[in-house]
Design a protein around this ligand. Structure first.
Ligand SMILES: Cc1cc2nc3c(=O)[nH]c(=O)nc-3n(C[C@H](O)[C@H](O)[C@H](O)COP(=O)(O)OP(=O)(O)OC[C@H]3O[C@@H](n4cnc5c(N)ncnc54)[C@H](O)[C@@H]3O)c2cc1C
Length: 355
């Protein structure tokens, strides 16, 4: 069976980002790569959004970028600016097309559907496939979004809504999220933070219909695209193997308090590319321990006090938006961390240290 220098298991966001980063920096001229990906055709299946706190290779795949956003609870709305770190949405369809058309030009890169088709004994493996088991003991961010098109010019596309908590919470944490791409197109998502063991939360279609028609007050629209997913708010555990490096969600690139993963994947890809000659021995790339610790405490509070979370998120954004964005994007300094921590209800967070 054929052997390769590198094997990338999973040609999704992390697998393709890594292959692209290696390819554009000429690291694959004398190395062979196998990408293992079961899907036979790529089509848009996700919208990756984030505050642009770091450079990435995909500015030409951006669907829309915003400099203003809002967050609201039932009786209050906070309007904020993000001029320094615009919020960007990447269209996965454009992203897959861009990367695949570049990778297909390099004869050293081959695609396979299954790892069994090749010999993986002597390769360096980059794995982006997490262990597949349903885990109802940990928290997930699960959601469903629809892109809608209205007949009339309905949306203000200068501002997006990050979190609208003015909705049923069902003893959990629930919000809607609206990204207006133009005056008559928007992505509207219903998002839950829960253990995913309450099936009543998954009547996503009804939630979206009700929200669009009775909350946004838009009656005349059609759905043009739908995406659904669940992001684990915990780190997967693996047995350590010398020749295997986990990447993407499987590699702990998700920020647990927010679900943001895309930019961390890009930074991990850059790190691997810079250290590729010696990557098995290089220090493991991780989201810093500081955020791991703070996020665990935050999720403990969330689990025990879901009813308080709308207020807690709302209060967090009472700090300067630049500070909050840096904090949520793993870019804050100690002073900025403190400013956020001081906005939190102290007693509840102190108690969470000892659960
Ligand atoms: C719908 C959705 C929206 C998201 N939106 C955002 C966002 O706005 N911002 C953000 O920062 N993060 C977001 N995330 C989180 C995260 O960025 C994405 O999940 C991202 O795609 C993670 O990249 P990945 O490579 O780890 O996983 P994936 O992109 O899912 O890639 C894994 C790949 O492995 C393949 N695969 C599966 N089984 C096997 C197997 N046995 N062998 C080989 N290959 C296999 C799959 O087909 C897939 O292509 C979102 C997640 C989802 C699900």
């Amino acid at each position: 069976m054929k052997e390769f220098d590198y094997i990338i298991i999973g040609g999704g966001c992390a697998g393709l980002s890594l292959a692209y980063e290696l390819e554009i920096h000429n690291k694959l001229q004398n190395k062979t790569v196998a990408i293992i990906e079961p899907r036979s055709k790529y089509k848009k299946d996700k919208t990756w959004s984030f505050w642009k706190t770091a450079d990435h290779n995909f500015d030409d795949c951006i669907k829309k970028s915003w400099k203003n956003f809002s967050i609201n609870i039932s009786d209050k709305t906070n309007y904020l600016e993000c001029i320094n770190y615009p919020y960007q949405s990447i269209d996965s369809g454009l992203y897959y097309e861009k990367i695949n058309s570049r990778l297909n030009k390099n004869k050293n890169i081959s695609f396979f559907k299954n790892l069994n088709e090749i010999n993986s004994n002597n390769a360096l493996i980059f794995n982006s496939v997490p262990p597949t088991k349903n885990d109802y003991h940990n928290l997930w961010q699960h959601f469903c979004g629809v892109e809608i098109e209205s007949k009339s010019e309905f949306f203000d596309d200068e501002i997006f809504n990050l979190m609208d908590f003015d909705c049923e919470q069902r003893e959990s944490v629930h919000f809607f999220y609206t990204l207006p791409y133009s005056k008559n197109k928007a992505l509207v998502e219903t998002t839950w933070l829960s253990k995913m063991n309450d099936d009543s939360q998954k009547d996503y279609d009804l939630q979206l219909k009700d929200y669009i028609e009775n909350h946004l007050n838009l009656k005349d629209y059609k759905i043009t695209y739908k995406e659904e997913g669940a992001i684990p708010l915990f780190y997967p555990s693996y047995e350590l193997k010398k020749n295997k490096i986990n990447i993407g969600t499987a590699g702990g690139m998700t920020r647990l308090s927010t679900g943001y993963t895309f930019l961390n994947i890009q930074e991990h890809s850059k790190y691997i590319r810079k250290n590729i000659e010696n990557i098995s021995k290089a220090k493991k790339f991780k989201i810093s321990k500081k955020y791991q610790f703070l996020d665990v405490i935050f999720l403990r509070v969330l689990e025990k006090n879901p009813e308080m979370m709308p207020n807690i998120f709302f209060k967090m954004f009472k700090s300067s938006p630049k500070t909050v964005i840096k904090f949520l994007s793993n870019k804050s300094n100690i002073l900025e961390d403190l400013l956020i921590i001081l906005k939190m209800p102290k007693w509840i967070f102190i108690k969470a240290l000892f659960y």
